[in-house]
Design a protein around this ligand. Structure first.
Ligand SMILES: Cc1ncc(COP(=O)(O)O)c(C=O)c1O
Length: 464
């Protein structure tokens, strides 16, 4: 720290810095000449201070803190390209080990380790979706049936699935929220599926409210459908957050993973509750046959052959190495300690928030119900002199990013507000946020908002 400070003091005092400080960095045209590296670094790093403070970013699901060891490993891996399996065989081995460890964690059939890293859950969703489309098409072609109208059935999903459906020409049959049904219901799933359904996608937990959808109940409903009609519809689980929470957190969790025969693939974000730095996700298939061979490309590896399936070619290797570090450094007990701690802080935050008497709670952060998040709304018909967009705006003045946004279906005009509790959000910080919420409510009591903010004006990026 002090070394960094003295270096920046020295730079600030330099002639190069003083020269740069009186000029703007080139913004529109490619600069003709270069300039001093330290002074440039200093100016740029100070510009970055204008970004939000990630410690107070309670909107993102992604990690905002990494250990010193992870920083050092990332530095070591700066020059490694994950695709160059031949040049970096040990990194390729580390990626293989991660897939093996995840296959174990998610109860894949013994000896089955089919999967890969991705840049995040969005790429993983794309790969899982493509594999499902290809499997469905193959089956239909073999039976001499048409393949021109594939569809998928899901609840209120993250935007990556809307992209997948649009890019791959899939009809999306989304089950939106309705009274008493914030998660996808097995009966509604059965109403939507047909012979053209490539898969059903339950989410753990739903981005809007963090609650876990009931994969087991959906799987059983589809088993029943198959017994009655012969229709065999696979499940892909979007466990972007839950994949790295449910295996570790306390309380009773129903089977959701490869223990269920119908679950053919699972995605999760390493950079969310997997605790790795930004830029890594995972997708695993139940068995080799669930990933169609046509989609797999082969690269040479130690003179041999390495199958790959990904959208990008070049990709940084550091995130995968850091992910493996997290797995072996923390083990199951370390992940359990961290994530149960986050649930505790979330539940603590919620218990105090409730005492303010202003909000209805949608998710209180209980580990059996969903991810370590707290989600609340104003009671129907309440007119407290502000709305949740006003509150989000007011909290932003203290640096907090606590997004407000509407739900879907019946609730598409109902704003909710959410915090995500991750490693690094301590009870101390929860107390400070609660204090700032109380101050904001006091402010609105004295100065009610005459023209409350709209979703467009007050909505911040909420990762939906
Ligand atoms: C349920 C769900 N799926 C997919 C994604 C996309 O994940 P990523 O940001 O890793 O691409 C998110 C992101 O928040 C999510 O919550």
């Amino acid at each position: 720290m002090s070394e960094k400070k003295s270096q920046s003091d020295e730079t600030r005092g330099s002639v190069e810095f003083r020269t740069l400080a009186t000029e703007s960095l080139s913004r529109e045209t490619f600069p003709v000449g270069g300039q001093d590296p330290e002074a440039t670094y200093q100016v740029l790093s100070e510009e970055l201070l204008l970004d939000g403070n990630s410690k107070q970013n309670l909107a993102t699901f992604c990690q905002t803190w990494e250990s010193n060891q992870v920083h050092r490993l990332m530095d070591l891996a700066m020059d490694k390209n994950l695709i160059d399996k031949d040049e970096y065989p040990q990194t390729a081995e580390i990626e293989r080990r991660c897939v093996a460890l995840l296959a174990d964690l998610w109860n894949a059939p013994k000896g089955s380790q089919v999967g890969c890293s991705t840049i995040g859950s969005s790429e993983a969703a794309m790969l899982g979706g493509m594999a499902a489309k290809w499997r469905w098409r193959e089956k239909r072609r073999a039976a001499g049936l048409s393949t021109d109208r594939p569809n998928m059935v899901c609840g209120s999903v993250q935007i990556c699935w809307i992209k997948f459906a649009r890019y791959w020409d899939i009809e999306m049959r989304e089950i939106e929220m309705s009274p008493g049904r914030l998660c996808m219901d097995p009966e509604e799933v059965l109403e939507k599926v047909d012979e053209n359904t490539i898969f059903v996608v339950p989410t753990l937990g739903v981005t809007y409210h963090g609650l876990y959808e009931d994969v087991q109940a959906i799987s059983e409903a589809l088993d029943d459908l198959q017994a009655r009609t012969g229709l065999d519809i696979p499940i892909h689980v979007d466990a972007a957050s839950g994949g790295f929470l449910i295996p570790f957190t306390r309380g009773e969790h129903k089977p959701w993973d490869f223990q269920l025969e119908r679950v053919k693939s699972i995605n999760s974000s390493g950079h969310k509750f997997g605790l790795a730095p930004l830029g890594v996700g995972w997708i695993l298939w139940r068995e080799k046959k669930d990933l169609p061979e046509e989609l797999v490309f082969h690269v040479s590896y130690l003179g041999g052959d390495m199958p790959t399936f990904q959208i990008n070619f070049s990709r940084p290797a550091g995130q995968v190495i850091a992910q493996y570090y997290d797995f072996v450094r923390l083990g199951r007990s370390g992940y359990a300690e961290i994530h149960n701690g986050s649930h505790e802080v979330a539940q603590y935050f919620c218990s105090i928030l409730k005492t303010l008497g202003e909000f209805d709670i949608i998710h209180d952060g209980a580990p059996e119900m969903g991810i370590p998040a707290v989600v609340w709304t104003l009671p129907e018909g309440a007119n407290p002199g502000y709305n949740l967009y006003d509150l989000a705006d007011r909290l932003r003045m203290r640096g907090w990013q606590v997004p407000a946004y509407p739900l879907t279906g019946t609730y598409k005009a109902t704003p909710v507000q959410r915090i995500l509790v991750k490693l690094g959000f301590t009870k101390e910080m929860a107390d400070l946020l609660l204090q700032h919420v109380k101050e904001a409510l006091d402010y609105f009591q004295k100065h009610p908002a005459h023209t409350p903010l709209s979703a467009e004006e007050g909505g911040s990026y909420c990762h939906l």
